[in-house]
Design a protein around this ligand. Sequence first.
Ligand code: E4P
Length: 222
Amino acid sequence: MELILDSANIEQIKELNELLTVTGVTTNPTIITKSGKEPEVVIKELIDLLDEDQLLFIQAVRTDYEGIMEEAKAISKLRKKNMYVKIPVTHEGLKAIKECKKLGIHTLATAIYTADQAFLAAMNGAEYLAPYVNRMDNYGDGVGNVKDLIEMLRVNHMDSKVVAASFKNTHQVHELIKAGIQAVTVPCDVVFNMIDHPGTKIAVGEFCMNWQKAYHRQDLFE
Ligand code: E4P
């Protein structure tokens, strides 16, 4: 499974990239605004931070077809490889995804609220499909919808990857990993919640305390 970080927080991305096996980073306009930096600055920091084998996803901000295509072409040139353009599955967006496929521009179809939207984007050539799990939960069963999508792609032999997005808690991520999801893009705070457990901290504290008490030192070997 691919673990992608849904963030533009450079410090947190750096930390998690050292701790875990991270496939890449997704952003969207809102995530970039939250960085408090100019978009050009954040994008450059992300490019510098990632290895060339890691994927970077930047979303088109314009919503008209011509604008999306203009931005898609510019985004695709930001890196030599592994550069993906995120495009929402609006009418204009679906048209742009289709055109990007013809031009060899890698795309991720985003702002997906139904399995049908994702399936149609896959037919247009989107390489990644990002269903918004938590937002779907407001209308029904987000995890269930993503499971449906995985099945729809499987029975139709489609090779687009599902990268489940819009997670608000570890349970949503857990359920989709169990379902065999190909990729998840997860905010850094949710990833930290997946790593950290108070029990682990207590256990490590006990090991150190017992060792210190018995041997009056902190290391394994003197
Ligand atoms: C990622 O690709 C999406 O843009 C992101 O997960 C949306 O998350 P949100 O629902 O927290 O805005």
